[in-house]
Design a protein around this ligand. Sequence first.
Ligand code: ASP
Length: 318
Amino acid sequence: MSSTTHPIGKNPIPRHLISIDDLDRAAIERILDRAESFAEVQGREIKKVPALRGRTVVNLFYEASTRTSSSFELAAKRLSADVVSVRSIGSSVEKGESLKDTVQTLSAYDPAAIVIRSPHVGAAQLVAGWTSAAVINAGDGKHEHPTQALLDVFTLRRELGSLDDVKIWIVGDVLHSRVARSDILAFRRMGAAVTVCAPPTLIPRGVEALGCQATPTLGGLDEADVIYVLRMQRERMRDSFVPSLREYAERYQINSARLRPGQLVMHPGPVNRGVELSGEVIDSDQALIGAQVKAGVAVRMAVLYELLVPAPVLAVVA
Ligand code: ASP
């Protein structure tokens, strides 16, 4: 009699989460299913589970963040991990310490995971080469923001049941948006049809290669089941891409005159009220913005869990 072992999980979850490209549809679904069970825990009075007890999660934020940093911190704490949160402001980064030296310093605490947000494209990938911890990209410049895309898919799956054949328009500053890139990849992988809409100066050249269509006008917006609105990422603009925010709002703002009943509206936050979205749309029942924020904790718990907790091993006796 011999015995072999193999993991129960059949959809491999990568060691790090750097890009949505790291995940096939089955892996995304597995994370979302796990997030559903954590969402149920979030409805209880005691919101903690012991899954990461005794393990350490380091959050390293080199760029402004409200939702992502707070939800990663809560997610790790609700999994019972010890959490260290470092922001560039007030840390030795201000004294000139490099990202590599900071990561190597914090690696001395033997973290199970490092969550990194950086203004630089490729930063998370670099960090993965400097530590033995699992690395989660919480936004690297205008490149990717994979956990935002996962929580967006989670929110839509809850709302619509499935993303298959759903028509999603992404409207706004696509050029500087890491959310747009991760969302296009994730929405396409889950079966949705994606159109990006922006002034021509804010549509990245060759964006169609990601599997979406591109248009410079809101004509045809009526076909959208979901309108995903983006902020002008002025912190990443070196030139002037639109004549003024007022003119941008006149042509592209999603307001009640442009929204038809039944369409859903999403936004990753922070919203510039009155620019890309009108106040009445933000506050309407059609907006899923609050649901997206809420989903952030359960989805980030699921990502930490899937990366850090090994799949149970099934003994097969032959
Ligand atoms: N919070 C999102 C991000 O970090 C979107 C935004 O900042 O507009 O990319």
